[in-house]
Design a protein around this ligand. Structure first.
Ligand code: ACO
Length: 443
């Protein structure tokens, strides 16, 4: 009869072991520790650089089926949320697990809006950045600095404190992001306008000039809302993993969120849409696409905005964004890069290399084109990702804090360095040539 277990025979000892297979086809890595050659033996470990096949947690937040191109927050398909919800409602869903009723939504919206202001010292802190500082670098430092403003946040085991920090950070992220943007432009910071929606207020803090009241264009305001919904969470991605991993040593969530922002800064994560735009600009014209495809296939470079660790099918977010791009262009005028992108996608999806490697456009392929059409400089792209992802980070963090199975994140290693050797006085060490070879490989 079929059993939910795995039988392993250790050919070193001839012993057999039975390991339970848990829900979702999972075995516990710790079960391998029982497989030993002697009582003193440490036992087997699994080796999984970059965690390509390791589940680090049990989570109820986001479901992805990468082969089928499915993304759901708390069970709701991303396509339905992008069409019918707004960012704040989706953030509520991600953080709390259910869609709010009207009363809870209004309370949530109000609770977020009362946290859009930042301490005046934050403003001065930001003014200390160099005039040409990267806005994502500014955001990273400032999110970390929030830790010093809210010492109560250290109380991570208190439910009310966790809730308060979540509302605070979701409320303040657009303000910090907008201040960073205004700083790079040499413009005065604009204070929040809580009459406006979450994204409308963000646009006001970014773009308001001398007018008494900023009126966001409703199409662009909605487009930003959809972009924010699509970026709100993505299960155990690099920045969520950073949030959980740093959070596992129990600092306050601002310290953990700063680590998440840092993870998102990299070109393989939140910086990928900038790279995608640069790739399209480098192609320059539809007629140069075949040459680029050739270079990618010769492994001279990667096609940025293509491929994903989890999606081995079309990223459902990219589909929504491709359509959204044309709605935005009705207001902003067409970003000419869209023609190159659409043709590049068409050619790539018919090409053997991309088909066999299951490389499809990811969320970053079209998001940058939209942001650029809306007037955002490329340095703002990862910042625009960080704002909505805050809901996901806080939900992932709170889930980790509440999970009795979680402990400080501390992976094992396979040590491949020198065995025991003894300290030699400086003039008795190996000759420089031998040492230099060894030292030059070290970093
Ligand atoms: N262009 C060309 N080839 C690619 C690409 C690409 N964009 N991505 C992967 N490949 C190829 C690799 O060369 C490799 O080929 P091989 O097996 O023949 O050697 C194979 O596909 C697997 O690649 P990995 O790097 O092992 O795949 P992994 O799952 O680790 O990487 C990643 C995923 C980092 C996203 C990768 O596809 C990539 O670098 N893409 C471009 C950057 C990008 O768009 N990042 C945004 C990701 S989405 C996000 O963070 C929101």
């Amino acid at each position: 009869m079929a059993k939910n277990s795995l039988s392993i025979v250790d050919n070193r000892t001839g012993k057999s072991y039975e390991i339970p297979i848990e829900e979702g086809g999972v075995i516990r890595a710790s079960a391998l520790r029982n497989i030993k050659t002697s009582p003193e033996d440490f036992g087997l470990m699994s080796y999984d650089p970059a965690f390509t096949n390791t589940a680090s947690c049990r989570s109820k937040i986001t479901f992805i089926d990468g082969d089928k191109g499915i993304l759901r927050y708390r069970g709701y398909p991303i396509e339905e949320l992008a069409e019918k919800s707004n960012y704040l409602e989706t953030a509520y869903l991600i953080v709390k697990g259910e869609l709010p009723d009207r009363e809870h939504y209004q309370r949530w919206e109000n609770n977020i809006k009362i946290h859009t202001m930042v301490h005046e010292s934050i403003k001065q802190f930001m003014q200390g950045y160099r005039y040409d500082a990267h806005p994502m670098g500014m955001l990273l430092g400032t999110v970390g600095a929030l830790s010093t403003f809210y010492p109560d946040a250290a109380n991570i085991n208190d439910l009310e404190s966790r809730r308060l920090q979540t509302r605070r950070l979701i409320g303040k992220m657009p303000t910090l992001a907008a201040f960073a943007y205004r700083h790079t432009r040499g413009l005065p910071y604009v204070y929040p306008d809580n009459d406006l929606s979450y994204t409308g207020n963000f646009m006001s803090m970014l773009f308001k000039m001398t007018e008494l009241k900023y009126k966001p264009n409703p199409v662009l305001e909605r487009a930003l809302d959809v972009l924010f919904i699509l970026h709100a969470d993505h299960e155990q991605n690099c920045s969520a993993n950073a949030m959980r991993s740093v959070g596992s040593s129990q600092p306050d969530p601002y310290a953990a969120a700063a680590a998440a922002v840092a993870a998102l800064y990299g070109p393989l994560h939140g910086g990928a849409n900038e790279q995608a735009i640069r790739g399209l600009m480098e192609i320059g014209s539809v007629k140069n696409i075949p040459d680029m495809i050739k270079r990618v296939k010769n492994r001279e470079r990667r096609l940025m905005g293509f491929g994903h660790r989890v999606y081995k099918n079309y990223d459902p977010r990219a589909k929504i964004l491709k359509k959204l791009a044309y709605e935005v262009f009705e207001v902003t005028g067409k970003n000419p890069l869209i023609d190159i992108a659409v043709e590049l996608e068409r050619i790539a999806l018919e090409d053997d290399y991309f088909v066999s490697h299951k490389l499809y456009p990811n969320v970053d392929f079209y998001s940058g084109i939209i942001y650029q059409a809306m007037g955002f400089p490329m340095t703002m792209f990862p910042v625009l990702f960080a704002i909505p992802r805050t809901a996901g980070w806080m939900a992932q963090w709170a889930e980790m804090v509440r999970d009795p199975e979680q402990a400080i994140a501390r992976p094992r290693q396979v040590y491949i360095g020198e065995q025991l050797r003894h300290y030699a006085p400086i003039d008795q060490r190996p000759k420089p040539t031998q040492r230099e070879d060894a030292v030059s490989e070290a970093i």
